[in-house]
Design a protein around this ligand. Sequence first.
Ligand SMILES: Nc1ncnc2c1ncn2[C@@H]1O[C@H](COP(=O)(O)OP(=O)(O)O)[C@@H](O)[C@H]1O
Ligand SMILES: [Mg+2]
Length: 308
Amino acid sequence: MSVIEVENLTQDYLTGFWRKRSVRALDSLSLQIASGEVFGLLGPNGAGKTTTFKILLGLIRPTTGSAWILGSAIDDVAMRRRIGYLPEQPYFYDYLTAREFLLYCGALCDLPKTEAAERADKLLHQVGLADSADKQLRKFSKGMLQRVGLAQALIHDPEVLFLDEPMSGLDPLGRREVRDFVVGLRAQGKTIFFSSHILADVEAMCDRVAILNKGRLIESGKLSEILKAHSNELEVVVSGVTEPALAEIRSLALSISASPDNARIRLKDDRDLARMLELTHAAGGRIVSVNPVRESLEDLFVREVKGS
Ligand SMILES: Nc1ncnc2c1ncn2[C@@H]1O[C@H](COP(=O)(O)OP(=O)(O)O)[C@@H](O)[C@H]1O
Ligand SMILES: [Mg+2]
């Protein structure tokens, strides 16, 4: 059974001074997300990701269409207690400490005080903020605040989590931490629906993705199936190969980009691979990696948007 079921959601926003102009932010979106899935909603800025979350969280009413979470309609109050939400731009009370903020969030969802305190402690530990629990939030870095946001979304131990761009604005270390944290939540059996405009973030942790562009679903499924293999091309990275050997490799390659440390060689298919490895070894070089060339998200957009 689907934990999140979205059927034909359409959202028109009225804009302009007289609110007469209508902008379609979401156009007949349908999705199903199964229990225990980590599902990524991927799309460029303005694609309609936040709008989708706002509808599912009951913050705005869709123009048309319906959605169900855990089998209940989205305005069902009992269901709301079983879901957690990290907004794209969470609001924090600067002068509360991390612990006070979590206790406050616990109180908002009617958690008994002792239970909230226990959960807050456990979560602060899990998100790596145990040492900063009693520091005021105004002294937190962006990455630390994001982790407080995650803890906040989990204070009532929800079954389903909505994370709107949980990695935006984070440095590589921060992204990594959030990613590992989400992977840990998946292991606990939570269903996670999150959005991002960055392919790499989605790639690392999703079971399935949906790709939105201008409010329309352009693809959904496993990322490996969506991003077409670029014919049979391979990218071989080698190091320690000097110019004379590179010249010979060049004749096999579709293209080469060389830096002082290594060379990236693109081959049409694996037929030239054996010869390439031979040349590399003969020149005293080393193979760093061999990978099929995959389409990037950018390529996919160009293909889909131009095609439609
Ligand atoms: N409150 C609003 N009023 C008018 N237009 C809006 C409003 N919120 C979003 N939009 C428009 O709807 C589209 C989708 O926005 P959004 O859901 O925020 O996209 P994303 O989160 O993918 O960046 C954009 O064109 C945006 O400008
Ligand atoms: Mg957004």
